[in-house]
Ligand binder design. Sequence first.
Ligand SMILES: [Zn+2]
Length: 268
Amino acid sequence: MLAAMQFEPALSRSNDPQDEDRVLLFAGNALIIASGTDAQLPSRVALAALVPAETVHVGVLAGHAVETAHIDTATQLPSGWVPEPLRPLYGRLSETEWAVAGRAFQLAEWDRTHRYCGVCGTPTERLTEERARACQECSHRAYPRHSPAVIMRITRGDQVLLGRSSHFPPDMYSTLAGFVDVGESAEAAVRREVREEAGIEITEPQWFGSQSWAFPHSLMLGFTAEWTSGELVPDLAELEDVQWFTRQRLPVLPPPSSIARRLLDAWL
Ligand SMILES: [Zn+2]
């Protein structure tokens, strides 16, 4: 028997639309979901009036096809339904549902923003053999956007390096992170970001693990490294503050949904 919440990604569905399909509709960055504390992914029948003719197939979750699409933010929602940003839904949806919703958001966003060929302006068509939209005029293909970013736990003896961005909740600090430049290795990006944001040098970064992060379309590559030299000089254009923290004196840490927290939990 399959696990209750097993998810299998797929490019296209193998049956006709069903009432019990899961339909993830996004208005801006928010998922349309039933109001209340016990969040569940909506069924097609519940949101029938809102589902556009064209949806993107995401895969199959616990035996139900999962479809996604963007809808206009001005759309009138049926009573009892609300737009909810995805990130705070962690903990209210199951871990698998939350990950599927993140995947759906990225696919819906890609589909919405690649309706026309970036080369010649012709309307594109969705392909069935791979996750791409193609131009029939010039053969250009557009794939879902994916931006690699590095995130790193830097330690110095029994201290860990954490930074604070102005858009974080009060008192929260997190591991440093940044996007990988074109032409740059992930390890070089770790060293550059740490040098730029904190002014210090580190040992060769060691691989930790990765996480897809749908805000908006990152693949987070986690690393660890040790301080080797330099005193902290925060880049105040990027961060409000950067500090060394001991296990005995920690700030508010990022939520458990994030790889930042996994990096820190592995150290604690
Ligand atoms: Zn074209």
